[in-house]
Design a protein. Structure first.
Length: 202
């Protein structure tokens, strides 16, 4: 018996949104290697705030070395005991880890068929995972494409409440060099998404 694959109905704009969410998730989950730095250096933007942020990131990536970025990543997110930033929704919203925002996210994940990978041990409400989840919802990685209302509800509940604050902290962190530009891209994307979801709610 053959089971038909689910229809994946999304626009080119949605694909670009998902690609950017995926890119942020990748950059925030581990330090980029030489190949990813080269891909980042080749990015091109336009005169919009997001385009200018992308161009700024590309310029910094062009002169960045993997070893230096690895040191930067460790200082920001790992450190001795903990890094400069704690990239978790629970921490930003309550001041503590593993609080109600995480429980709420896990309930949402269960309802949408999302599961944490077996080799991932940190809480699901970290910024990298949330970027990847949003990308997956947009392009149907979890079995079907989430409609605009589902995307808006997920964004408003789990990302929009804190991600701009986080990306602003990342941009301003004393250890940030390349990641200051990643923060700028994150801020610009969050602004676009918040406004787009506000308009579609009317």
């Amino acid at each position: 018996m053959t089971v038909a694959a689910p229809a994946m109905n999304f626009t080119q704009e949605d694909r670009m949104r998902a690609d950017l969410y995926n890119y942020l998730g990748l950059m925030l989950s581990s330090p980029p290697d030489q190949a990813l730095l080269e891909q980042t250096a080749a990015l091109r933007g336009d005169e919009t705030p997001l385009g200018e942020a992308i161009q700024g990131l590309a310029r910094v990536a062009k002169v960045s070395k993997p070893s230096a970025v690895r040191t930067e990543f460790n200082a920001l997110f790992i450190g001795l005991g903990r890094g400069e930033l704690l990239p978790y929704a629970s921490y930003y919203l309550t001041g503590f880890l593993n609080e109600k925002p995480l429980a709420h996210l896990r309930a949402t994940m269960a309802g949408f068929g999302m599961t944490r990978a077996a080799d991932v041990f940190e809480p699901e409400d970290n910024i990298a995972s949330l970027m990847e989840m949003m990308a997956g919802m947009i392009v149907g990685r979890f079995g079907r494409v989430a409609d605009v209302q589902e995307q808006r509800e997920f964004f408003n509940a789990h990302i929009g409440t804190w991600a701009t604050h986080y990306f602003t902290d990342l941009k301003a962190a004393k250890s940030s060099v390349l990641y200051a530009s990643v923060g700028a891209v994150g801020i610009a994307l969050m602004d676009i998404e918040r406004e787009a979801f506000r308009l579609t709610a009317n």
